[in-house]
Ligand binder design. Sequence first.
Ligand code: HEM
Length: 313
Amino acid sequence: MENHDLDPRLLTQLRELEAKYQLTGQNLVDNLTGLQHANYLRYWDYIRLDTLLSLQNPRTDFPDEVVFIIYHQITELYFRLMLWEMQQISGQAQLSTRFFHERLQRLNRYVENLVRSFDIMVLGMEPEQFRQFRMALLPSSGFQSAQFREIEIGATDFFQLLEADYQNPLTEKAEIEEIFPYVYWKRGATDAQTGEETITLQHFEEKYRAHFIQLAKHFRSRNLWRCYLSLPPDGFTEKIRAEMRRFDQLMNIEWRLSHFRSAVRYLKKDQETLSATGGTNWQQYLPPRFQRTIFYPRLWSEEEKKELGGETG
Ligand code: HEM
């Protein structure tokens, strides 16, 4: 083909590519040869489908254990998406209200999907099967989901995650190492009879304690709440406030309620309550009305705070 037959857009593209490679001392022709020999990208390679589908390894032969594993994995992928958005927000050198608002909307969409889909757990397994395969999974628990804690740490000031009695101006200023022992979630993995830490908690802390402390330090000045406070007032202010409140409600009331419903369905049998992982009193821990975690107390009135998770929790 003669030069003059070439699409002018192609010539422009070639020149731009040549300039790009020259910048790093590379040769365009060599790179084009590489492109000529490279295989086409296929969907299954891009999505890593074979790897993805090789990750479901039940510990028993009960068919419903597969539902349990896959739904946990789906949830962890949503958590991953949420953390991805949170990192982008906190990493912005010049955070704009538009960007913040859009990313908050994404976060809320992800949690809404999780809340809506929780019936896959609540209704989608046979209780008899669940109660049996669950015994093969002890002492592991969704409690040990590190990403869930990372989302909490990225969402707010760390002292807001302490047991209510420890939330005060002193703990707000304290070093993370000092206040970490009072984090609210410890109560969820403490033996109801003896008051001792369960093995579930010990394993979790062994693996993640240092990481959580480091993450809380990283987010200290740029968690979602701090980012929110740094924004200039403009046309987005009210919308952002509404999305922040929604996020708080979705994470701390709606998700927790859906999750609690699954514990009730599977761990309560007739009048008997089955003990949770390591003997924790999940009935006194999981319902939002006992937990009362709030990421953004300053966005709720006193009246609203009382109602949050109150009667409904
Ligand atoms: C049938 C389904 C489920 C049941 C019966 C159940 C039960 C429980 C129980 C009893 C606890 C309290 C801690 C313990 O004793 O282990 C707990 C905590 C937890 N589970 Fe689940 N769970 C279910 C599904 C899920 C799923 C799908 C996830 C998603 C990752 C999940 C994530 C969590 C988290 C993050 C906690 C800690 C909550 C907190 O600290 O407030 N659970 N679960």
